[in-house]
Design a binder for this molecule. Sequence first.
Ligand SMILES: [Zn+2]
Length: 196
Amino acid sequence: MSEQQWLIPATKGLGFKLDKGQIVRVTDVEGEQVADFAAYNASHPNERIDPGVTIDALGKMNVLPGDILYSNQYRPLLTVIKDTVGRHDFINSACRPEMYEVLYNKKDHASCYNNLNEVLVEFGLPAPDQHYTFNLFMNTVIDPSGKVSVERPLSKAGDYVELRAEMDLIIAISACPCSESVCNGYHCTPIAVEIL
Ligand SMILES: [Zn+2]
């Protein structure tokens, strides 16, 4: 098995195949950088990672090594092998151009939605109406009143997550291009990806 590794430049995306049993390590190179993570069944692309289903199946919104990330069809897609951060986001969908218009009054802003679509088309996957991603390193805090706030990521330089594929997958990752908020510490930086 040949080793594969990539550096996703700040604000860009990456797509690749991950075969069943392979482990991918996603590293926050400089710290405080979110990576939106999408995964599709390589044979049946109508099956994809589903953070809402994962919350339902796990009964929680945090994952530990050994926990499974589920598909929209309630089947195991990936298993968490290692996690040096322990705080990721399950509830926010991928940022998209309209979000930057509404929240920041900026037109034609780079977005995770477009980054993911651009890499997935290389694998023949059509653009979905939205990406419901597992947002690595994103620090979303929900207080008891229900108020939701995106806080500075807890990830430091070199922190990583390792995920093992439980079926043959197509993976897409976006180094989130939002520099307007504390989501990425107001500064977009690269994400490293390696198939172990
Ligand atoms: Zn984003």
